[in-house]
Design a protein around this ligand. Structure first.
Ligand code: ZN
Length: 648
């Protein structure tokens, strides 16, 4: 899928005459790559090594030595004369959405990331990247956020008892996650159980400072990383009064300050300030649109005073970073990509700049993005450094990063696990538009029909007028029996997901790549709806006998269309519904929709609708084609309008 290697080749003859003459301490083998003649900043300690050569074999660095001591005749040579070579950068706080994020990280020389809100797809990406099947930075991933009830974020693992907490830790370990992420709403005993169980299964814990535990409690617990300086300067609430610096140093905890995310947040009341954010043009229009403050539901309740409070706290955050650094406390670089105006990869350079503004030297700032990560992961000498035995992740930049830290921007060459990627190639990759949802749909197997085919329909799904998904539905009727809907639904924005289902009025089965295990069955049982995800304990939600099962738009609206056939113009009818959500975990949620029939037009029935879908209030319109397939569904939600429109 990609051309993996492009070289800046220096003629072999030149290399021979210059470097082959005497008995070299290190000798390249065929297949090796030699990065020659650079000033190497190995990041193991504060130093820069002029005219050095880095010799790479497979995914490892096998030698770092003065160029004169390396015989590179048999290697592929990357000429880095007059350039600087550093370890690849590490962003320890990201939220990955699309595979294009991976391209943006590589473009900026970020060769390792830690995703702090994982899901099953993240584990698959991580493994595919490790096997070389997918291009991207090495991924470390936490599982879903562990939070109390109600959780701050949908999709969190809600744990309210110590037993639940231990079971959740076991399950996340089982699912293959690398980290656990704790959040603000955990109770003290549940938090203690997480920490204890995490130690038993050998998973590190990072995240917020739960309000019920407090900073002192977290510092005493063995939690490995604290994000956003939470606890010291909480996003909501007052900063701690007395200094916790000595306690932090003693605890050995790592702080990942993510200065850039709160810096951007403090500018969202005047987003014109952010128009020049580097890399913005590489984000999809839908992401850029979603970042506009007017479209961010979290910001609606923000007053001018609250923005001023964020800015004041940002000053305190920088002071704190300076104090922590001066005292020798451990610091990591993280950006919290996924948030407004935090462009993957580019934001790492911005964060480095902010760390220097806070008082770190360029070398200290670079260390938070390199060697510190290796130390955190228990692999010093292997991750975040240039040394024999280290993973071959490195960048080549044109200017001295130790005099100006932002000189790490726009590396000309990025080596990731031993593979050379040149800037123009990475830029072309990052600029490539993602595959259209319809293209993805076209790659899926044809859908079956049972008995008599009734209708076959294809839909585009648009969010704020931009394509985000596609759905294909086959309606059929087995021997005069009830209607059956077979469907595929694919989304490409913000993440890429695929779901395939078979639904009747009373039961459905679906498989989706957002869940592990991927298979779900939903059926009516007495006065409730029961959902089962393979061997997991079933979910149950009390529901009316005629509540509509709502897994995907078409599978849901077919049933309204069928039941509304007898409704007269001007009349209304209300349906209760059970939405089956599968974004990050299986959730059943009650809701309702009231339909009012409006005048027919274009040979179609038309309706106005209003109600509640899961946690979202919705208003909109619905029209139906003569063959019984929905024609157009338009739902205005709090954060924008989603339209599902028949195209075939
Ligand atoms: Zn985050």
């Amino acid at each position: 899928m990609r051309r993996l290697i492009l070289f800046l080749v220096v003629g072999l003859a030149a290399a021979c005459s210059k470097r082959g003459g005497h008995a070299a301490a290190h000798r390249a083998q065929p297949g090796d790559i030699a990065i020659v003649g650079a000033t190497v900043v190995p990041m193991d300690r504060e130093r820069a090594l002029p005219d050095h050569t880095v010799l790479v074999r497979g995914d490892r660095i096998v030698a770092l030595a003065p160029s004169a001591d390396v015989d590179v005749r048999l290697a592929t040579v990357v000429d880095a004369t007059d350039a600087w070579v550093l370890p690849g950068l590490v962003d320890m706080h990201v939220h990955l959405w699309s595979k294009r994020d991976l391209d943006l990280f590589l473009l900026n020389g970020v060769t390792t990331v830690r995703d702090l809100f994982g899901e099953p797809a993240r584990v698959r990406w991580r493994d595919a990247i490790a096997k070389g099947e997918l291009a991207g930075p090495t991924i470390l991933t936490a599982g879903p956020i562990l939070d109390g009830d109600p959780p701050v974020w949908p999709g969190s693992d809600v744990v309210t008892t110590a037993d639940q907490a231990r079971a959740a830790v076991q399950a996340q370990k089982q699912a293959g996650y690398d980290w656990l992420k704790v959040y603000s709403g955990l109770s003290a005993d549940v938090y203690a159980a997480i920490i204890d169980e995490a130690r038993k299964v050998g998973l590190p814990v990072g995240g917020h400072v739960p309000r019920a535990v407090g900073l002192d409690g977290v510092l005493a617990s063995g939690q490995v990383t604290i994000e956003h300086l939470d606890g010291y300067v909480p996003f909501f609430g007052e900063p701690v009064k007395e200094s916790k610096t000595a306690l932090t140093v003693k605890a050995g905890v790592w702080n990942c300050p993510t200065l850039v995310v709160t810096d951007r947040f403090g500018k969202l009341d005047d987003p014109a300030q952010l128009a020049g954010t580097r890399g913005l043009e590489l984000m999809s229009p839908i992401e850029r649109e979603g970042w506009k403050p007017a479209n961010d539901f979290r910001l609606r309740a923000f007053t001018p005073e609250m923005f001023e409070d964020v800015r004041q706290k940002n000053l305190r955050r920088r002071e704190l970073v300076r104090e922590l650094n001066a005292a020798g406390a451990k610091l990591l670089l993280g950006t919290d990509t996924g948030n407004p105006y935090i462009v993957p990869g580019f934001a790492v350079v911005d964060e480095l700049g902010l760390l220097v503004e806070a008082g770190l030297t360029p070398w200290q700032a670079l260390r938070t993005a390199t060697a510190a990560a290796g130390e955190l992961q228990g692999r010093p000498g292997e991750l975040g450094v240039i040394a024999a035995g280290a993973r071959a992740d490195l960048i080549v930049v044109g200017k001295d990063p130790l005099s100006q830290v932002t000189n790490v921007a726009d590396p000309s060459v990025v080596m990731v696990r031993g593979v050379v990627r040149r800037r123009d190639e990475l830029l072309a990759e990052a600029r490539k538009p993602p595959p259209s949802p319809a293209d993805v749909l076209a790659t899926l197997p044809a859908l079956p029909a049972e008995g008599t085919a009734v209708a076959s329909a294809r839909y585009d799904v648009l969010f704020r007028d931009a394509p985000i998904g596609a759905e294909q539905a086959n309606l059929s009727r087995g021997d005069g029996g009830p209607l059956v809907v077979h469907g595929h639904a694919v989304y490409t924005v913000p993440g890429s997901t695929q779901t395939t289902y078979r639904a009747t009025r009373d039961a459905m089965e679906l498989t989706t790549d957002t869940l592990a295990p991927p298979r779900v069955s939903v059926a009516r049982k007495g006065g409730s709806v029961v959902a089962t995800q393979d061997a997991k304990p079933p979910l149950e939600l009390a529901a009316d006998d005629d509540a509509v099962l709502a897994p995907q738009t078409i599978a849901e609206f077919v049933w309204y269309g069928e039941a509304l056939a007898t409704l007269a113009v001007g009349d209304r009818r209300t349906f209760t519904l059970v939405s089956v959500r599968t974004e990050t975990e299986l959730v059943l949620a009650a809701g309702f929709l009231t339909f009012t029939r409006t005048a027919d037009a274009d040979g179609r029935r038309h309706y106005r609708l209003a109600g509640r879908h899961g946690t979202l209030d919705a208003t909109g319109t619905f029209s139906l084609d003569a063959d019984g397939a929905p024609h157009r569904v338009s739902l205005a939600l709090d954060f924008g309008t989603i339209v599902t429109q028949r195209v075939q």
